[in-house]
Design a protein around this ligand. Sequence first.
Ligand SMILES: NC(=O)c1ccc[n+]([C@@H]2O[C@H](COP(=O)([O-])OP(=O)(O)OC[C@H]3O[C@@H](n4cnc5c(N)ncnc54)[C@H](O)[C@@H]3O)[C@@H](O)[C@H]2O)c1
Length: 287
Amino acid sequence: MSDLMGKVAFVTGGGSGIGRGICERLARDGADVFIADVDEAGAAQTVNLVNQLGRRAHSMRANVASKVQLQAAADACVAQFGRLDIALANAGIGRGGSILDMALEDWQLQVDINLTGVFLTVQAAAQRMVKLGHGGRIVCISSLAAENTGPGIWSYSATKVGVRMMVRGWAQELGPMGINVNAIGPGVIDTPLAAGLAGETDGVIRRNLERTTPVGRVGKPADIAGLVSFMVGQDGEFMSGAYVLMDGGLRDARNRQADPEVMEEMQRHMQAGAQRRARMEPLFRDE
Ligand SMILES: NC(=O)c1ccc[n+]([C@@H]2O[C@H](COP(=O)([O-])OP(=O)(O)OC[C@H]3O[C@@H](n4cnc5c(N)ncnc54)[C@H](O)[C@@H]3O)[C@@H](O)[C@H]2O)c1
């Protein structure tokens, strides 16, 4: 457990999944939280969760692909709390597709959110950390897909490799100003984004994953949040420019998707995933 009492964390995508898990953990560690997310209802739920833990929280609708909106969110964070000590560039989406027919719009949206969004988040946070003069800690969420790739997922991988490399450059630039920057590569974590890969409790996908993952289970947002807690706490002081994979050993597991029953179930989940994407699409549009 890190002692983050008096610190303020700025978290993009804090309204669901890993981002919500990070907000919860940082609040348990004592930090107040500011959430920037396009999903206002999801963000409001996380604000309630943080409040129930006795910490202060605010949220603002902001699309990480928009410089204007992120700058406004970072300003609102400093206006509300007077500080911005920790930043999480976490918001991201998954848009797969074959090279033969992937739509340019899907490619562009994914690059705008997963790559440009991380750049804009880190820029907005680092500018304020430097101005406030108290240093800071920044963590960017990359992926296991920055190491492994394959059909349909190469475009997502491209954005996540980009995050991994940007972090190394930023660690060099910001270190002299007392700001550490690191990246995390989560494996399969049980969130709405990864529903098709994580499957359901006792379902064929989940059982296959449990069988093939060396630690024998699917990841939870709290797993990633625990690593964030280390990186932004006192024990993480000497870590900067790092990329830490947290995947239960899945990277080197073999034949994890070969079972036809699993493939069939994944198809079903892909259809559900398409429905979720369609629901989220209007959230990215700026009225
Ligand atoms: N779940 C996994 O298995 C997994 C694995 C590796 C990496 N990741 C990465 O972890 C991060 C979080 O993923 P998750 O699984 O929690 O997903 P999620 O879909 O559960 O949550 C993502 C959150 O980000 C928000 N968001 C999306 N686009 C946004 C935008 N343009 N501006 C602001 N907010 C936006 C969503 O509204 C949502 O609240 C992503 O960067 C993802 O690529 C996830």
